[in-house]
Design a protein around this ligand. Structure first.
Ligand SMILES: [Zn+2]
Ligand SMILES: [Zn+2]
Length: 277
């Protein structure tokens, strides 16, 4: 077979690009489920524990869809709770400016992960199943994830999946961090135009159920897109609660996933869920 024919076959897409866009969006939601139910509610807060088989699947999903180290994420997040909106918070809109938190999410995360305080927290967490597997650690899992998409759907579609999923996942995670926007308007003005505009956006659509010592808010639109993570003020009000939907009109898909796994004996809820009138 001629070389050119071989190359053309290898580069041929195996499905329509719109399918790749759908797969990219689906990958984001799968990564969101693993992030909120496992990284956040289980590893960082111990509000729920999962069957070891589920943990293996979650560990693989996080490594291949985000390239992150699960315990590193949990340690950075614990640092956020210990110093919310004060010196030492890895991503505080009040301290760093809303635009920085919204648009430099990855940079802020990487910087926080290197600090001694976060390293100390990480050392206290037990190893996850694939922590010592070289080809899945240090971001290499992401290369495997992109490679798998390219092999299954064709190289161009693999690229489309990555270009849809990565910005969506990063953008939504950044928005959860940016929901700490309920500080004074005067402060937002001093942060510059982009931050000021974002401040109006989050204050327009957000609300608080808990008067906590930081500036988190609930963003219902974001909760829909992040499997419940957008109910961030509820979470700061009761950090050890396994559910983020504290009022009847609030929706938390992540909590539904936990309940579904619990019914099958694959999850154990460690703290009673919170319900507000
Ligand atoms: Zn948390
Ligand atoms: Zn927070």
């Amino acid at each position: 077979m001629r070389l050119r024919t071989l190359a053309r076959r290898a580069l041929r897409n195996r499905t329509h690009p719109t399918v790749a866009v759908g797969v990219g969006l689906a990958a984001t939601q799968v990564a969101n489920i693993a992030t909120t139910t496992w990284l956040h509610r289980s590893l960082a807060h111990n509000a729920v524990t999962f069957d070891p088989r589920v943990v293996k699947v979650y560990d693989l999903i996080i490594r291949c869809s985000t390239g992150m180290e699960p315990n590193e994420w949990a340690a950075v997040h614990q640092q956020h709770h210990a110093h919310s909106d004060e010196a030492g918070d890895p991503h505080s809109p009040l301290m760093d400016g809303l635009a920085t938190v919204q648009f430099n999410n990855v940079g802020e995360y990487k910087q926080a992960a290197k600090t001694e305080a976060v390293q100390r927290r990480r050392d206290l967490l037990p190893a996850t199943p694939y922590e010592h597997v070289k080809w899945l650690s240090g971001g290499r899992g992401l290369i495997f994830g992109i490679g798998a998409a390219a092999v299954l759907l064709g190289p161009v579609n693999g690229l489309i999946v990555s270009l849809v999923h990565w910005p969506a996942y990063i953008g939504l995670s950044a928005s959860v961090n940016s929901s700490h926007a309920f500080y004074r308007h005067e402060t937002a003005i001093t942060q510059g135009k982009a931050s000021h505009l974002l401040w109006h956006f989050y204050n327009r659509f957000g609300y608080r159920n808990y008067e906590t010592g930081e500036y988190s808010s609930n963003q219902r639109w974001l909760a829909w897109l992040t499997m419940g993570e957008g109910l961030h003020n509820n979470h700061h009000g009761k950090p050890s609660s396994p559910n983020f939907n504290h009022k009847p009109e609030e929706l938390d898909f992540g909590w539904m996933v936990i309940r579904w796994l619990e019914r099958r004996g694959l999850a154990t809820v460690r703290n009673p869920p919170i319900t507000l009138p």
